[in-house]
Design a protein around this ligand. Structure first.
Ligand SMILES: Nc1ncnc2c1ncn2[C@@H]1O[C@H](COP(=O)(O)OP(=O)(O)OP(=O)(O)O)[C@@H](O)[C@H]1O
Length: 262
């Protein structure tokens, strides 16, 4: 499979604090990689490196020139006074240069924006000011904005947060469809692996500068998580769900970051 992006011996430090080092990661075309780990382990920072917003402090990042990158940022509620409409937000993600700015360009732009809005089921509120929409409605528009530019690489920072179950499934299916049909590689930061487990090819699990990369079966085990968290962790499989139980008692599978290392 073609490698789209390669990190070699990658290190990221802020001052004296090293978030991770010696990270080797090949992201392949059409691959779905989930990034898991407790708060502050450097998941968002990894996405920022791939976006070119943060420089590595060691090692290298190889990505082809002109790689199309879509980004679904971690959710922050938008200011209620913002008057930008939902469809304008989606349009911002569209690369109009590809089609030019003439009449044809504008028609193409509208076609793509409409398709992205329909894909996330946002037709009913796309013409309303984004600041007045609910968190889940805003999130669906952010997903549309990231997909409308037909990205080669899609970086997702907890995109399912604040979505109800039906929309979690709809958004996951949409991202999966995109990578199956267009070979888009997906790097998906999440605290909850279960809703996306059937889609995940590999997991990158970061804890306190330590990390493990492999298939969910290789990484989501009692042995590996105990080693990463440096405390006894039990990983149970119940009806195709992964339940992580820490030393402090039962830990909800969607909140492994609440595990205490002491
Ligand atoms: N520009 C920066 N300068 C200094 N420290 C930073 C900077 N950006 C992030 N950090 C710190 O680096 C650590 C990792 O942050 P990051 O946002 O990557 O973590 P995360 O794994 O995404 O966490 P969360 O699960 O809480 O979203 C945090 O302690 C954060 O405060």
């Amino acid at each position: 499979m073609t490698t789209l992006v390669a990190l070699r011996e990658a290190t990221l430090s802020y001052g004296k604090r090293t978030l991770w080092s010696g990270l080797d990661l090949d992201l392949r075309k059409g691959e779905f990689v989930a990034v898991l780990g407790p708060n502050g382990s450097g998941k968002t920072s990894l996405l920022r490196v791939l976006l070119g917003l943060q420089k590595l402090t060691g090692g290298s990042l190889d990505q082809p020139e002109g790689l199309g990158v879509g980004y679904i940022p971690q959710q922050r509620a938008l200011d209620p006074t913002i008057t930008l409409r939902g469809r304008d937000l989606v349009s911002l993600g569209y690369d109009g240069h590809r089609w030019g700015f003439g009449l044809r360009g504008m028609r193409e732009r509208k076609k793509h924006v409409d398709a992205a809005i329909t894909a996330v089921g946002a037709e009913a509120f796309a013409n309303r000011p984004v600041g007045l929409l609910s968190g889940g409605e805003q999130q669906r528009l952010r997903v549309a904005q990231a997909l409308v530019c037909d990205p080669d690489l899609l970086l997702c920072d907890e995109p399912l947060l604040s979505l109800d179950l039906a929309h979690q499934q709809a958004v996951s299916r949409l991202i999966d469809k995109r990578r199956n049909e267009a070979g888009t590689a997906v790097l998906f930061v999440t605290h909850e692996i279960n809703p996306i487990l059937p889609l995940v090819d590999r997991v990158l699990y970061l804890v306190d500068g330590r990390f493990r990369i492999g298939t969910p079966d290789e990484v989501m085990t009692s042995e590996v998580l105990s080693e990463l968290y440096r405390t006894q962790i039990d990983v149970l499989r119940v009806r195709n769900q992964i339940i992580v139980v820490g030393a402090q008692g039962a830990v909800e599978s969607d909140q492994p970051h609440h595990l205490q290392a002491d």
